[in-house]
Design a protein around this ligand. Sequence first.
Ligand code: 6PG
Length: 487
Amino acid sequence: MTVPNANRPDAKSRIGVTGLAVMGANLARNIARRGTPVAVHNRTTARTREFMEAYGSEGSFTPAESLEDFVAALERPRRIIVMVKAGAPVDGVIEELAPLLDEGDIIIDAGNSHFPDTKRRTEECAARGLRFMGVGVSGGEEGALLGPSIMPGGDPAAYAEVEGVLTSIAAQVDGTPCCVYVGPDGAGHYVKMVHNGIEYADIQLIAEAYDLLTHVAGLDAPAIGKIFEEWNSGDLESFLIEITAEVLQKADERTGGPLVDVILDEAEQKGTGRWTAIDALDLGVPLTGITEAVFARTLSALRDERRAASTTLAGPVPGAGEDRTDLVDDIRQALYASKVVAYAQGFAQMRAASKANDWDLDLGAMATIWRGGCIIRAQFLNRIRDAYAEHGEIENLLMVPYFTEAVANAQHAWRRVVTTATQQGVAIPAFASSLSYYDGYRRERGPANLIQGLRDFFGAHTYRRVDAKGSFHTRWAQDGSEVRTDA
Ligand code: 6PG
């Protein structure tokens, strides 16, 4: 069944959305509300009917109960947004759609797909004469409806066909849409993946700050919520800090106490943070903040083990005898400095991936489109955007004077927080690993000379010298003599 839209009975829709769970439904509504006619389809037809009943009056929709009707309802080249669960369901939809499409039609995967899958699908679709786009969309349910941040990757000519629609539905900051072409094949989904990795680090840092404020400063959730409210008017101003204030101040309807106190302390994850960490390992980029955030979630999930360990393993009881003067502000500064590190690492990873994949990513543009709509939106991203505008190519954001100075100013507080947390027995993997990264990065000569010596001792893996070119091996356990191995 295809019900032609009431206002333009013979008109074809400019774009289609298949997959009407919350994200797909809200994207379709956003598109229609901006005046673009949309065809909508869902595998379960009841959902399409429910969608039309609930939202059909919001704009120009053409509901379709079969994929054939859905495809027939679209203008050519057909532009089809697929909003289904990442993984096999995306391949399933492509398999069903492809035979119904014509050369040059465009399939847009707007879910959180893994970028190697996007690369593969781009090639598979190209072999069938179809254009495939992997588009990162961030902002959750509300963003999808009111204006997400959009990271489109794929064939630039295909992007030109959907640019108008995508920029019209994106969030806007200072009149600039939070949507810009990212790069070919998997680039859009890659950037979305790193966005999510940074989201993990941001959230972990917030959780560590909350833990310290609870167990070292001895504050309750609503009081900590107020502190986050204050922090949201300074350097830390961001969506995640804002909603932390709300979550902490929310009372539980059942108990009347803070809701957060009755939420189980086991963090779940769908995979994007883990993919970011794995890719950093593959690229050889130190990504400690995000990776520790992933591990912290996995440790949180070991709830039964933790319960047993809590009565077995020795350690200090947090809060005892701590001088709390200035602790709250120290934590704020530690949070900011660690956040700078997390972003510096994430941007360094995107730079490395851009080179490895020939994507030519414009990292300043990525900071620009993350300023609004997405989960990590923050004032801070203006500073990153400014840094790229001023310096162009940046190896590490820590070396940009603004951030160099910000971290230099925060470092004493940051060190005090890491010291206090360690002494008090509060786990702060993201704060501590960020500080260690900072200290490691600013060392001209680290201890890896010894690592090389040991590797050469047990495996003749060779080493290089500071005072001569070439590769060397020492016969450590034999006569102790040096052998040049590349001669
Ligand atoms: C976004 C979010 C979104 C989703 C995360 C949650 O940008 O809108 O990142 O993509 O909320 O995937 O990820 P986890 O379930 O892994 O925490």
